[in-house]
Design a protein around this ligand. Structure first.
Ligand code: UFG
Length: 330
């Protein structure tokens, strides 16, 4: 039986597909290649190009391949874009998941692990954040992910289907082989943007606000390596295969770094001075997001390997240096 990775040509999906292949699993990847890259799909995986909103495509896939469980990454994930174009997010993230669950139920595929996000919490009331803390998203992206979690719950209540929602904090880094990594267009995430400075692609990095209620005034985030996220998906699927019930897990390192600290660490990794300029706050940014991932560690046996920011940035730096244009030809 194979594992179907939806959105397996994207950043976290491709790292998970590779980790599954490396673990000797039979892997099928499907992706519409709107934001993903064919070159990111592992050679050992069978690839199908198509969209989760296309019921015929999914039905055919489930009829062609014997699928044991689905790992679902196929979604839009830019917070800013979700505020400008909310219906795009409802259409792809929510309606797409509805079509997917319909097709899974019809074909008796009854296990799904999917990407949720720290954005489901909104402005946290305390850190570290626990899974049963209040969820009150401050952006449409987080709202659609929370709605996906709720949809899974009710579908599971009515049908033979079990799910695990993984709420990622700040995904970053790249596979240590530097063959796959982060490639977004446009890029909005802090670490790849910082590394564009030593790459000669931007003159400086902007710091979005230094007047937050944090020790150095800049926002604090919990940076978690993409390969550690990949391992968590495999553990979550195995948990369901072994009879585990519906569940939600935070995935982070439990340690926060400020924007200034991340820039300083990138200076140390790259040996470049990386000029930085303080600018206005970016709308919707909570001051601090730090995960408690104790539940994932206890229940899933998850052990993040990359708990040090220097190594995390170093893997990203090696990927960007060897792929200055991402997956696109120079
Ligand atoms: N930042 C800067 N300058 C930049 C880019 C980012 O100062 O040029 C700051 C942001 O303001 C924020 C921090 O760096 O304080 C991290 O920003 P990212 O855009 O890298 O990540 P976010 O924390 O905004 O978003 C991440 C994920 C989202 C997810 C969210 C949960 O990328 O998918 O966490 O809150 F929804």
């Amino acid at each position: 039986m194979a594992i179907l990775v939806l959105g397996g040509a994207g950043y976290i999906g491709s790292h998970t597909a590779l980790a599954l292949c490396e673990a000797g699993r039979d892997v099928v990847v499907a992706d519409n290649l709107e934001t993903g890259f064919k070159a990111a799909v592992p050679e050992k995986a069978r690839f199908y190009q198509g969209d989760i909103r296309d019921r015929e495509f999914l039905d055919k896939l489930f009829e062609t391949e014997k699928i044991e469980g689905v790992i679902h990454f196929a979604a839009n994930s830019q917070v800013g874009e979700s505020m400008k174009d909310p219906l795009k997010y409802y259409d792809n993230n929510l309606c797409g998941t509805k079509v997917l669950l319909d097709s899974m139920v019809a074909h008796g595929v009854n296990k799904i692990v999917f990407s949720s996000t720290a954005a489901t919490y909104g402005e946290p009331e305390r850190v570290p954040i626990l899974e049963d803390d209040k969820t009150d998203p401050t952006n449409c992206y987080g709202e659609t992910k929370l709605a996906m979690e709720h949809m899974m719950k009710w579908v599971s209540n009515a049908h033979d289907l079990k799910f695990v929602a993984l709420r990622y904090f700040n995904a970053c880094g790249a596979h240590p082989n530097a063959k796959i990594g982060e490639a977004h267009n446009p890029e909005t995430h802090l670490i790849p943007l910082i590394l564009q400075v030593p790459m000669g692609k931007r003159p400086q990095i902007s710091i979005f606000g230094d007047d937050y209620a944090t020790p150095d005034g800049t926002c604090i985030r919990d940076y978690i390596h993409v390969c550690d996220l990949a391992q968590a998906h495999i553990l979550a699927l195995d948990y369901l295969v072994n009879g585990g019930d519906n569940n939600v897990f935070n995935l982070g390192n439990g340690v926060g770094f400020s924007v200034k600290e991340v820039i300083e660490e990138a200076r140390s990794v790259t040996g470049h001075e990386i000029p930085a300029k303080v600018e206005a706050r970016r709308a919707g940014d909570p001051a601090q997001l730090i995960a408690s991932s104790e539940k994932a560690k206890t229940v899933l046996g998850w052990k993040p390997e990359y708990d040090d920011l220097h190594t995390i940035i170093d893997t990203a730096w090696k990927w960007h240096q060897s792929h200055p244009n991402g997956y696109e030809e120079a």
